[in-house]
Design a protein around this ligand. Structure first.
Ligand SMILES: O=C1C[C@@](O)(C(=O)O)C[C@@H](O)[C@@H]1O
Length: 254
């Protein structure tokens, strides 16, 4: 499946890596979160900038980024603006989405940039170029907060992300019943066994989907999102519990 090393973290080997989202809406709250995160055993941090009140002010975003980066020390940082149509807090114009992501990648203060797969092919390919030129890795993501598409569609979106040059293809879908959770797990396994030449990330959301957030080592999802205090999506469990279950599964795998 391939591995991806970011700072001291190798994604795609051993237990799935734990990523915690920061969801503060002000700089003070973000710094408080960043301080709190330093004391947890986590592998990655995601700044969900769509929660930040001043997200449309590029200078404010860049200033916050420098402060957050300092506090996180060596923990790899993902920068994510999640549009409302994909489950985020806000919707911005295509222009602003591009400008924000480009400006932040160019600061080189982040390790990974999350770009939405359905932002338009040119936006995606141009942002990947900017990110890579600045030493920033790319997650190409897709979210369906309504339903779980058929297995072939889930696989096809992950393959599309890989073909477009994502370092980490990612998909999050909403189950309506237990079968939908199986669809996501089957799609993940199929991707891992037949197509992926790099690590991928997948999850089935909400309570029914929790199994997919802990079973990634078996089925092929290399990163799992857990909550510190406040979750950024339904179904995220606390990082301490998450760690225990990931370890339990790891110890029992061949
Ligand atoms: O894409 C994802 C995954 C996620 O939606 C989840 O379900 O854990 C949480 C988001 O913060 C992140 O950007």
């Amino acid at each position: 499946m391939g591995k991806l090393t970011i700072r001291d973290v190798t994604v795609g080997e051993g237990t799935p890596k734990i990523c915690v989202p920061m969801v503060g809406d002000t700089l003070d709250k973000l710094l408080e979160e960043a301080d709190y995160l330093q004391n947890l055993e986590i592998d990655l941090v995601e700044w969900r900038v769509d929660f930040f009140q001043l997200v449309e002010d590029l200078e404010a975003v860049k200033h916050a980024l420098v402060e957050v980066r300092k506090r996180l020390q060596n923990i790899p940082l993902i920068f994510t603006f999640r549009n409302a149509r994909e489950g985020g807090e806000k919707e911005v114009t295509k222009e602003l989405y591009f400008k924000l992501n480009k400006a932040v990648a160019e600061t080189k203060q982040i390790d990974l940039l999350d770009i939405e797969l359905f932002s338009g092919e040119k936006t995606v390919t141009d942002l990947i170029k900017v990110a890579h030129a600045n030493g920033v890795k790319v997650i190409l993501s897709n979210h369906d907060f309504e339903k779980t598409p058929p297995k072939e569609e889930v696989v096809s979106r992950l393959r599309k992300a890989q073909d477009l040059g994502a370092d980490l293809p990612k998909i999050a879908v909403m189950p309506r019943d237990a079968k939908d959770v199986l669809i996501l797990l089957e799609a993940t396994l199929e991707m891992k066994n037949n197509y992926a030449n790099r690590p991928i990330i997948s999850m089935s959301m909400a309570g029914e989907g929790v199994i997919s957030r802990v079973a990634g080592e078996l089925f092929g999802s290399a990163v799992t999102f857990g909550a510190a205090k406040k979750a950024s999506a339904p179904g995220q469990v606390g990082v301490k519990e998450l760690q225990k279950v990931l370890d339990l599964i790891h110890r029992n795998l061949p």
